[in-house]
Design a protein around this ligand. Structure first.
Ligand code: NAD
Length: 354
């Protein structure tokens, strides 16, 4: 397999500086792409040493959202907001209302939601100033609410495809190592148990791991041991960057398919996995169930519509893997290429009917 690594970044369409001294709001909204629809992506709230770092982070994350939304078949572009957490005391509600006014001033070109450091309550404050926000309290009969079960459902569908393709087996014939039993990981274990898969889990919160052992018959290991365990599938559902060069060398699974964001420490590890004959299901494709549910809330889709779209994640993975085989590149690169061609409105869009 030739060295494929990754593509050069695509520049954003628009960078909007946020500066409201009265509330302490300081940050940036990056509109990366709008060719498929409004630029959608969450609002991150954390400390940054300077606006330079905050902007660089927002640009990188916004590009990721463009690719994720495109591969998820959503009529949305990619964007991201990053707010620098103020040093001293501040009125959080006032700050997020000011952010909402900034979102409103973009006239729907950017749609926000929760991300690292922001909550449903913060989005409630944002919603006082704009309707271009999702991640609010769920309305009966409507999509919305906790995205984690949807994310788990999408991961399961993708895993089924990846396992069938690599091992020619159903999930009932395999052992899955799940790293991290948080909102997504625990829900994924339940779904896997229902499919008859054997489970090995790694989770630092001992009582949660014990609960999985009792409820799902899971075997418990440390995260380090899980990498070297005799498992068929490794499902990272905890941290980013877990697939570093050492982990890739030690891994014994034949499939990597999990919910964690940014699983590859660098794109080179995508190639290294392919060279070792390990199928890596690109994280942002596989974990799109959550964003599909958030998008459904904003776009007013029913829960049935949202579910049907989440259930197409496995088919999309199969398309990406076919492209990877055809182009002789690793799946992470095939996913980026397909996402870009969809954003550019090129022919492959039809194959990915939403
Ligand atoms: P979470 O915080 O609820 O769960 C993370 C779990 O990982 C926790 O139980 C934590 O104790 C555990 N953990 C931490 N370090 C660990 C280690 N070294 N080994 C094993 N376990 C460890 O998060 P979540 O919402 O379940 O999300 C999990 C991952 O999936 C994150 O990377 C998140 O960004 C990504 N993701 C989540 C969603 C969603 O809908 N929640 C959507 C897309 C992507």
């Amino acid at each position: 397999m030739p060295v494929s690594h990754s593509l050069e970044p695509l520049p954003p369409r628009e960078i909007v500086r946020l500066d409201d001294p009265a509330s302490g709001l300081e940050g940036v909204i990056v509109i990366h792409s709008t060719s498929l629809g409004a630029a959608a992506g969450g609002c991150r709230f954390q400390s940054y040493p300077s606006m330079r770092e905050a902007t660089a982070d927002a640009v990188r994350l916004a590009e990721g959202m463009s690719y994720k939304n495109a591969l998820a078949g959503l009529p949305l572009g990619g964007g991201k907001a990053v707010i620098r957490a103020p040093r001293g005391a501040f009125d959080r509600s006032a700050l997020f209302r000011a952010f909402g006014r900034a979102v409103e001033s973009l006239g729907g070109r950017y749609v926000t939601a929760e991300d690292v450091g922001t909550s449903v309550e913060d989005m409630g404050d944002v919603a006082e100033a704009t309707r271009h926000v999702a991640g609010l309290t769920q309305q009966p009969g409507r999509a919305g609410g906790d995205p984690s079960p949807w994310t788990a459902r999408g991961v399961l569908g993708a895993m089924e495809v990846a396992v069938r393709r690599t091992l020619g087996a159903p999930l009932s014939d395999v052992t899955v190592g799940v790293q991290g039993l948080g909102h997504v990981g625990f829900a994924l274990c339940r779904l896997l148990r229902d499919r008859g898969a054997r489970l090995i889990v790694a989770e630092p919160r001992g009582e949660v791991a014990a609960r999985a052992a009792t409820a799902f018959g899971a075997h418990i290991m440390s995260s380090a041991a899980l990498l070297e365990a005799q498992i068929d599938v490794f499902a990272p559902c905890a941290l980013g960057g877990v697939l570093d060069p050492a982990a890739v060398r030690r891994l014994r699974a034949k499939v990597v398919c999990g919910a964690a964001n940014n699983q590859l420490a660098t794109p080179a590890q995508g190639d290294e996995l392919a060279e070792r004959g390990i199928l890596y299901a690109p994280d942002y494709l596989v974990n799109a169930g959550g964003i599909i549910n958030v998008a459904a809330e904003y776009l007013g889709w029913s829960e049935d519509e949202s579910r049907a779209r989440v259930d197409r994640i496995g088919t999309r993975l199969a398309q990406v893997l076919d492209l990877a085989d055809g182009d002789q590149v690793a799946p992470h690169l095939a996913a980026d290429r397909l996402a870009r061609s969809i954003i550019a409105g090129e022919g492959r869009t039809a194959a990915l009917a939403a």
